[in-house]
Design a protein around this ligand. Structure first.
Ligand SMILES: NC(=O)C1=CN([C@@H]2O[C@H](COP(=O)(O)OP(=O)(O)OC[C@H]3O[C@@H](n4cnc5c(N)ncnc54)[C@H](O)[C@@H]3O)[C@@H](O)[C@H]2O)C=CC1
Ligand SMILES: O=C(O)[C@@H]1CCC=N1
Length: 280
């Protein structure tokens, strides 16, 4: 097995799957300057792959075996329950081409993924990106049990092209998935609920959504600008809550209605689901 020692704009990155998450990474990679003919995608239906290729200029490869033959990095981007059946008929092609295999599958450990790869296959790295990749704003975790330092670095370099990267202990993957993989949908739901409350009080839907989404973006930027990140939330809250003012009145009402409990429940449910995804 030959080791991929360096990631560059010319590294051949091949995606098994071209759905929501593969699409976000492909868009981000190409926007960052990755060579379009070095980004290859396939899919099961023959629909999303060609559409992604048309939109971004990446290459659609209808035959999975041909895609693997060309891959230096092979990104598993199907649903967790699909991966075993998908890889079973491709063992010889994976052995021959020996790509660095990267999984973005939620709830699927390196140990479990290894069972779907040829015996002793060590070039396997698990990552958890998010949809922000399309804008170069993914928050991505990386873990491995068997890959080399160079291979982990190559994967970190790939995902650095579409956002920030942390190498973490695989034991923390389910929690990280909740924090960064799932949370874009939860924040979207929160903004939608906030905007609806604005509409209930007389704003147009467009004005309410723009105001709520832009305020969320500004809040995120303010939080990330703080030097002491663990205290960033308290500091931004302090700056906005005028004593005896509207914000603290709203915050107390939201906390009485279960604000903290809602987020704790969401994280715990996602972690519990991650465990059952991994078992299926
Ligand atoms: N959607 C998200 O925000 C995130 C998703 N993930 C993970 O990414 C993976 C993909 O999720 P989505 O993109 O949302 O799903 P999706 O349903 O949009 O895409 C799945 C893709 O896999 C392809 N596929 C399935 N079986 C195949 C086969 N036999 N051969 C070739 N292609 C096949 C489908 O054609 C489709 O293009 C999941 O494992 C999920 O856990 C991870 C982080 C965030
Ligand atoms: O919902 C899911 O299972 C995937 C993992 C993180 C975001 N989407």
């Amino acid at each position: 097995m030959s080791e991929l020692t360096k990631f560059s704009d010319h590294t051949k990155v091949a995606f098994l799957g071209s759905g929501n998450m593969a699409g976000a990474i492909v868009r981000g990679l190409i926007a960052d300057g990755h060579q379009k003919d070095c980004v290859l995608v396939t899919d099961r239906s023959g629909k999303s792959g060609p559409a992604l290729a048309k939109e971004t200029g990446c290459t659609y490869v209808a035959e999975t075996k041909e895609l693997i033959a060309q891959a230096q990095i092979l990104i598993l981007a199907c649903k967790p329950h699909q991966v075993a059946d998908l890889l079973a008929p491709l063992q010889q092609e994976i052995k021959d081409s020996a790509p660095l295999v990267v999984s973005i599958l939620a709830g699927t450990s390196c140990e479990k993924l290894a069972k779907s790869l040829p015996d002793g296959y060590s070039s396997l790295v698990r990552v958890m990106p998010n949809v922000g990749a399309a804008l170069g704003q993914s928050t991505t975790a990386v873990a491995t049990q068997s890959a080399t330092e160079n291979e982990v670095q190559a994967v970190a370099d790939l995902f650095s092209a579409v956002g920030s990267v942390s190498v973490i202990d695989e034991g923390n993957f389910a929690t990280f998935t909740a924090m960064a993989g799932c949370s874009p949908a939860w924040f979207a739901a929160s903004v939608e609920a906030l905007a609806r409350a604005g509409v209930a009080n007389g704003l147009s839907a467009a004005t309410a959504m723009k105001a709520a989404a832009e305020a969320m973006r500004a809040s995120a930027d303010l939080l990330l600008a703080e030097e002491d990140l663990p205290l960033a939330g308290a500091e931004v809250i302090r700056r906005v809550c005028s004593p005896g003012g509207t914000t603290v009145a709203g915050l107390q009402a939201a906390e009485s209605a279960g604000l903290r409990h809602v987020w704790a429940a969401a994280v715990e449910a996602a972690i519990a689901r991650d465990t059952t995804l991994g078992a299926s």
